[in-house]
Design a protein. Structure first.
Ligand SMILES: [Zn+2]
Length: 169
C-alpha cells in the first residue's frame, strides 16, 4: 500500500499541467487527462442496482469507461467519478479489457455481468478514497483562495504565479 506522501505526489503529477478550471469540474478533469495520455475516459450515468458499488471503471479496448450511479445527487456523482479516477491513476485495473461494444450497445444482462466483475481489495479502496479526497480538498482550498478561474490566459498565468492554485496546476 502506498504512503499518504506517495499518494499526494501522484495527485500532483496527475493534475499538473492539465490547466483545470476552478471550481473543479470532474468531467473536465477526465477529459483533459484522457487527452493528455491519448486514451479517452468516458463517463456514463447508469442506474446501478443496490448491492453494487456506486461506480465502476471498465477498461475497453479504445477507452476507459466510468459508470456512475444515476440515482443520486450531482455532488455524490462527482465523488463517485473522482474515486474511480483515483483507481485509474493508481493503476488498480484488474479486469481484462472488455470490448467497447459490450458496454455501449449491451443487452441489460451483458452490462450487469460486466459491472458485477469489479471488486477491489480494501487497500485499493483506501488508496482510491485517499486520492479522491486529496484532489477534492486541494480543489476546494484552491477555489477558496482564488474563487473561479478567469478565462483570460494572462490572468490565469498571474493567478498561478501568485500561488492561487497551491502549486498543483
Ligand atoms: Zn472503489
Amino acid at each position: 500500500m502506498r504512503s499518504q506522501r506517495a499518494l499526494r505526489a501522484l495527485c500532483r503529477d496527475t493534475l499538473k499541467g492539465l490547466d483545470l478550471d476552478l471550481p473543479l469540474d470532474v468531467t473536465q478533469l477526465c477529459d483533459r487527462y484522457g487527452e493528455r495520455r491519448g486514451r479517452p475516459i468516458r463517463l456514463i450515468a447508469h442506474p446501478l442496482p443496490a448491492g453494487m458499488p456506486n461506480g465502476v471503471w471498465l477498461a475497453a479496448d479504445d477507452a476507459d469507461y466510468f459508470f456512475y450511479q444515476s440515482n443520486t445527487s450531482r455532488l455524490h456523482q462527482d465523488q463517485i467519478v473522482i474515486h474511480e479516477f483515483g483507481h485509474l491513476i493508481a493503476g488498480h485495473q484488474m479486469l481484462g479489457a472488455v470490448s467497447a461494444s459490450a458496454l455501449t450497445a449491451p443487452s441489460a444482462g451483458d452490462s450487469d455481468d460486466a459491472l458485477q466483475r469489479t471488486c477491489y481489495s480494501d487497500d485499493r479502496e483506501w488508496e482510491a478514497e485517499m486520492l479522491a479526497s486529496m484532489m477534492l480538498s486541494w480543489a476546494a482550498d484552491a477555489s477558496d483562495t482564488v474563487g473561479s478561474t478567469p478565462a483570460n490566459a494572462d490572468l490565469r498565468g498571474i493567478q498561478r504565479l501568485l500561488g492561487g492554485h497551491k502549486g498543483w496546476l
